[in-house]
Every structure is written in C-alpha cells, then in structure tokens.
Ligand binder design. Structure first.
Ligand SMILES: [Fe+2]
Length: 462
C-alpha cells in the first residue's frame, strides 16, 4: 500500500485529505507542522509528501528545503497544497523538485487525479542523446546515466523514430551528423505531436556562430561545445530542465488564472444584466399600463442599432440604455402615472420630469456613461420641440434618437386601458409623418423597414 504523509497546519484540512485518500486505498499519516513532518519522514518510509505551503513558523518551502538537505529523506516526492496563488513560491518549489501544485480547497476527484499523476511519473527523466560518433554516445551515456534514463540514437532518423513512440524529457543532439543533421532532426522532431516544447541541447564541434544564432531563433535552448566537461554539462542540463519545469508550471498557472478571469468576467456580466433587468421590472411595475414596455423598447432599439452597423459593444450599450430609459418614472407619483383620464397641465409637467430624474439616477453607474443620455433625451424631438432641453437634430445624442423612435413605436403598438394596439398601417404612417420633425429621418427609415418586413405585425404588445 502506498504511504502518503500530509503536512498542514489546519486540522480540518488534515482530516478531510486523510479521509479522501484513505478511502481511495492509500495509507495516510498526518502532521500539523513542518517540523513534525520531517520527524515522521525520518522515522518511516513514505512514497509521497503532500505539503501545505502557507504554515506558521516553518512554511512548506522552508520545510522542503530542510528535507532536501537530509540525505536519508531527500528523495521523497513532494506535491504542494496551497490556498493562495503560489506564484511567489513557484520558482523555489520547482527548484526543490515539487511535482504538482494542488489548489485548496480541492475537490476529492482533483486530489486523487493529481496524486495518481504524481505516481505515474517516471522516477528517471528520459534523456535522448543523438550522436553519430559511438564514442561520444558512450561518453554521454556514462555522464548522464546516474541521473537520467538515457536512450541513445546514432542518427537523426533513429532519433525521430524513437521520439514518435516515446516523448523524452530532454534531447541532446549532435549538430554535425551525416544524412540528417542536428538541425533537420530538430525541425522534424518539433513537428511531432506533443514534441514542440521538448528542451533540446545542441552539441557543436566547432564555433559556428551563425548556425547557433539561427538555431536559437528556431527555439533551441542551449549549445554545448565539444569536447565538453561532464560536470559543467550536467549542471547546465539540470538547470535547463529546472527552467523547463518552471516554464510548464507557469504556463499552467497562466491558463488557470486566465480561466478564472474569464469565469469571473462572465459572472460580473450576468450580475449586471440581472440588476438591469430587476430595475427594468421595477420601472414597468410602477406603470400598470405599460407592461413589458422597457423590454420591448430595448429589443427594438437593439435591432435598429444592429441595422445601423453598430459594434457589439455599442449595441449592448444602446440595449441597456433603452431598458432603463424610463427609470425616472420611479420618482413620479403613482397616482399621476396611472391616472386613467386626461392629465392636468401640472400633472403633465410632473410627468415631464422623468427624463431628468432618470439621468440623475443613472449618472451613478459611471461604467455605462450612455445610460443617462438615453434617459435624459429620449423625449427630445428632431425639430427641437421636445423636452427637457429642447435639443435639435444631431445635437440630440444618437442613442437617445434611437430610443425615441423605439419608444414611440412601442407606445403606439401597445395596448392601453382605453384602446388596443393601433393597427400596423396607422403606426407606420405616424412614424413616417414624424420623419424629420419628431424623429431622426435616417433612424425612422430603419424603423419603417423593420415594420415593412414584419408582415404579421409581430412587433407589438401581445
Ligand atoms: Fe419616457
């Protein structure tokens, strides 16, 4: 049975990790501090250490540093458990040979999968050495066989055949070989599935700066000149592998963070949409005669914006501004808003306050500056006879000109307490008659086209 030591300062984490792993068939011991963990490692043999990064007194990195310095326990496989972003510790953790980073709180499936993955890893990294000189090949094997599982190939062709079946962790490649030289071998291997990022070290017998520059540009990671000094070469390769591991861990971290960011952006967008929809329902709730008015105006305004060739972002802005164009009605007396008969002059003046009240409310949403424009100026007329500011023509912001057409269209195509939706031809002629007086003629023309395409008069309150 595989034995795992879990070191974490929080009892709850120890208990839950032990519970999950024991159920899966591992024998689990726990320690609530780095120091106790080190003592347990010294006392008996473990196959894997799961180490919490954030611990008081001695954190996970410090603990691992000590473990690596004690020969009897230095070889233990280690994966880190971490609650926060481990980026500040990444480099040192990889340097210390950490296998995996498991983010807390972790789901049981994720924990087990990561641990199985750690066990599946080969004890020895596979190194492929490629050289046409048998003596060199032998020297390379002798240099590295104590630290790596070394595979030899005496030609580029042999190397490519090997890589097609087994992806090595690193390749040492002689540059100067007959038939298929190091460069060509490298280019061929890079194209094999899963091999584009294998670190490759070239062995060169001569100073060929141009070739070296060319190969560096093509992605080679290191050059070593022959004859090489084994100890220096070993150290350079060790560092290269460390660097590659770090790059891979960082790459995964970037992917994970990007994914988190995309998800939280999606959530924020959804939340904003739901808040706008809730506010819209509050507006329509206030006015019993205009059931669903804001949503319909938004749908018509959006369609106009799309037909005007607006970008996706602009279309969304117009849509939201249209949803909230009547938000100022929240500040108007219910009795006036829902009065069945004709309004007095004072009451009408009160109703006419809603654009200004609306823009005051919406100015607070600074992330969407188009919202107050839609609210304030949707009752302006193209000829300047509207309210509240009597703006004329293109002085009226385009977003408000669009909402104005959509708003009036919906007012006519909706049912009222005293009448049903007006017939489509009546609505059409009203829009047409208002071109250049009430409405921006270009926007009204788009609305007319939408009406003409709506053969069954679907665009109305049902
Ligand atoms: Fe309005």
């Amino acid at each position: 049975m595989k034995r795992i030591l879990v070191v974490d300062d929080e009892d709850m984490n120890l208990m839950s990790t032990k519970f999950i792993l024991s159920k899966t068939g591992y024998e689990v011991e726990t320690a609530d501090s780095g120091a106790k963990g080190i003592e347990l490692l010294k006392e008996s043999k473990f196959d894997l250490l799961l180490l919490d990064v954030e611990m008081p007194e001695m954190n996970g990195i410090e603990t691992l540093r000590i473990i690596r310095s004690i020969p009897a326990i230095a070889d233990i496989k280690v994966s880190f458990l971490t609650a926060s972003s481990s980026q500040e510790h990444l480099a040192e953790a990889v340097h210390l040979g950490a296998k995996e980073f498991i983010k807390k709180p972790c789901m049981p499936d994720e924990l087990i999968k990561t641990i199985e993955k750690t066990y599946e890893e080969r004890n020895d990294l596979v190194m492929l050495v490629v050289d046409d000189e048998p003596l060199n090949l032998e020297l390379l094997r002798m240099t590295f066989e104590s630290s790596y599982h070394v595979e030899c190939a005496s030609s580029g062709k042999e190397a490519v055949a090997f890589v097609k079946n087994n992806i090595p962790d690193i390749i040492i490649l002689d540059l100067n070989m007959p038939f298929m030289d190091g460069n060509e071998t490298y280019e061929t291997i890079k194209k094999i599935d899963g091999c584009s990022n294998i670190p490759v070290v070239f062995l060169t017998a001569y100073d060929d700066e141009e070739t070296e520059i060319e190969l560096f540009r093509a992605g080679a990671m290191e050059f070593i000149s022959k004859p090489f000094i084994p100890e220096i070469m070993k150290e350079r390769i060790r560092r290269l592998i460390e660097l590659t591991n770090l790059r891979n861990v960082l790459h995964e971290e970037v992917l994970r963070k990007t994914n988190d960011l995309v998800n939280s952006n999606r959530k924020i967008k959804k939340l904003s949409e739901q808040i706008i929809q809730a506010l819209t329902s509050a507006i329509d709730e206030k006015d019993t005669y205009t059931n669903g008015h804001s949503n319909r105006v938004a749908a018509y305004a959006k369609e106009i914006a799309v037909r005007m060739g607006k970008s996706e972002e602009e279309v969304n802005d117009i849509f939201y501004a249209a949803m909230l164009h009547d938000v100022g009605k929240i500040g108007i007396d219910n009795v006036i808003i829902n009065k069945p008969g004709k309004l007095t002059a004072e009451e009408y003046d009160e109703i006419k306050q809603h654009p200004v009240k609306g823009s005051t409310i919406l100015k607070q949403i600074s992330e969407l500056p188009s919202l107050p424009c839609g609210a304030r100026w949707h009752h302006e007329r193209y000829d300047g006879a509207g309210y509240p500011d009597g703006l004329k023509g293109e002085d009226i912001p385009e977003i408000a000109r669009i909402i104005c057409v959509a708003d009036c269209y919906d007012a006519m195509s909706s049912n009222r307490s005293y009448r049903k939706a007006l017939p489509q031809e009546v609505v059409r002629s009203e829009i047409e008659n208002g071109m250049g007086t009430q409405f921006d003629p270009d926007i009204a023309a788009i609305m007319l086209k939408m009406i003409d395409e709506d053969k069954n008069y679907v665009m109305r309150e049902k």
